[in-house]
Design a protein around this ligand. Structure first.
Ligand code: GLN
Length: 487
């Protein structure tokens, strides 16, 4: 049996019943990574030796009768998330060789849950991008078509999960970086409510928007990974101290009478007709399953993209000031201190420099009110839109990405077109809601399409259950089992 074709929850059952061992599946995945990842480029750093040690320990613990939620299950972690003793670079030359002295909260939770960490996955530099082409190291490819992007910035995590090089993975979503690559790679990705998952040990991009989220081959797989990473952490001052529900138990598939809002602003110009058709058909399916579908309006949606591209760069310009060649990573020596900082900061890639310049400009005296201040006001309007919508509906259904996976290089010379990839995901980040992407079809070229389900504050269990009901009623997720890369 090819255990790499199992989902995470299927593997968990196989490990519990003794059909296979963690060492066996970890070895199988590591072999597959060696054979296939030269095509996908999903991993930046492999922690193979450590993974095999962890797997042997997991098998020993199981032999002693112990069990933990992810005992012996191999997963991957985006390179924005610190893993103690393992190079964590944020896809940037400015952090080349940086070895974190501690685990991020979410990595510590994975280890406690018994997960095996296979390695750090590729990302756009500092998670700035929508295609993973902004990584300073590698260009990740889409497992469905190697000439296309996997989406970004968690493209390495998405490609690894879709390509069966990990059973699930963690990503970060500041403006769509979990949902958009999940959509483009035909898997499930969840952006939790801001504050649900601790940011401790996650390299900061835009601190008021960043959130760690799971990517999995099925809704249940995402729920299982999310379960172990969610929860209060006093080390993150924005962490929410509230009980964490049992997300897997919430997957009843029962959505009778649930109210689904369809925002007309998310079906606007620029939306690929094939994406629109698949998403509308998915919404009809929800109605067939007993949901009550109503059209709604989120009237300030058009402010979201410009507001995001002021707020995120503004926060990034402050967060990235710390990379001065003194405290982290490499130093390029110059004639004096200022020259050293200048030469070191030249290690940033073009997109990161562009964001730092945009952000610094938006925050500068004389322009602060006109740009940053107004963006914050737009953010409040967008938050109010969602609050008003959720007074009437339980979930909001929309496309995740306006298009399917685009060709490598197609948008690299045109930042604005690249930014438009996020037009349907950034509103959630600016608000206090949560959202996920679940596969809902393929276009004529065989590329996956994602349905976005948006939930109210801390209502992850609700959107996971709606996605589960939809997944159980459709066959799209089965296609992944047939996907062949270099096989
Ligand atoms: N593509 C968006 C950006 O470049 C979102 C990235 C993210 O969510 N990390 O900012």
């Amino acid at each position: 049996m090819d255990f790499t074709r199992l989902t995470l929850t299927e593997l968990r059952a196989a490990l519990r019943s003794g059909q296979t061992t963690s060492v066996a599946v970890t070895e199988a995945l590591l072999e597959r990574i060696v054979a296939v990842d030269n095509l996908l480029n999903s991993y930046l750093t492999l922690t193979d030796e450590m993974a095999l040690i962890q797997a042997a320990e997991a098998d020993e613990r199981r032999a002693r009768g112990e069990d933990t939620p992810l005992l012996g299950i191999p997963v991957a972690v985006k390179d924005m998330i610190c893993n103690e003793g393992v190079e964590t670079s944020a896809g940037s030359k400015i952090l080349e060789g940086f070895i974190p002295p501690y685990d991020a909260f979410v990595v510590a939770r994975l280890k406690q849950a018994g997960a095996i960490i296979l390695g750090q996955t590729n990302t756009d530099e500092f998670a700035m991008g929508s295609s993973t082409e902004n990584s300073a190291y590698l260009t990740t490819r889409n497992p469905w078509d190697l000439e296309r992007v996997p989406g970004g910035s968690s493209g390495g995590s998405a490609a690894a999960v879709a390509g069966r090089l990990a059973y699930a993975a963690l990503g970060t979503d500041t403006g769509g970086s979990v949902r958009q690559p999940a959509s483009l790679c035909g898997i499930v990705g969840l952006r939790p409510t801001y504050g649900r998952v601790s940011r401790w040990g996650v390299i900061a991009y835009a601190s008021s928007l960043d959130q760690v989220g799971p990517l999995g081959r099925t809704v249940a797989d995402c729920a299982a990974l999310f379960q172990v990473t969610a929860g209060y952490d006093p080390l993150d001052s924005t962490s929410i101290d509230t009980p964490v529900p049992d997300f897997e138990a919430a997957l009843t598939g029962e959505i009778d009478g649930l109210r689904v809002g369809v925002p007309r602003e998310y079906f606007a110009e620029g939306l690929d007709p094939e994406v629109e058709a698949a998403v509308r058909a998915a919404i009809e399916k929800l109605a067939d399953l007993g949901a009550d579908v109503v059209e709604i309006s989120l009237p300030h949606t058009h402010y979201a993209l410009p507001a995001y591209y002021l707020i995120a760069p503004a926060e990034a310009s402050a967060n990235l000031a710390r990379y001065d060649g003194v405290r982290y990573g490499p130093r390029v020596p110059g004639e004096d201190m200022v020259d050293t900082v200048k030469k070191t900061r030249a290690l940033f890639g073009d997109e990161v420099k562009r964001r730092i310049m945009m952000g610094t400009y938006a925050l500068s005296a004389g322009y602060y009110e006109a740009y940053y201040g107004r963006a914050l006001k737009a953010r409040t309007l967008i938050q109010t839109d969602f609050r008003e919508a959720f007074a009437d509906v339980d979930v909001i259904a929309a496309p995740t990405s306006p298009t399917t996976a685009f060709r490598l290089g197609e948008r690299t010379d045109d930042p604005l077109t690249m930014y438009l990839s996020d037009v349907l995901t950034v509103p959630v980040n600016l608000s206090a809601s949560c959202a996920l992407s679940v596969p809902c079809g393929f276009d004529q070229e065989g590329l996956p399409i994602g349905l976005q389900l948006i939930g109210n504050t801390l209502a992850e269990a609700t959107i996971l259950n709606v996605a589960y009901a939809y997944e159980q009623a459709t066959e799209w997720h089965q296609e992944l089992k047939r996907l062949e890369i270099g096989d």
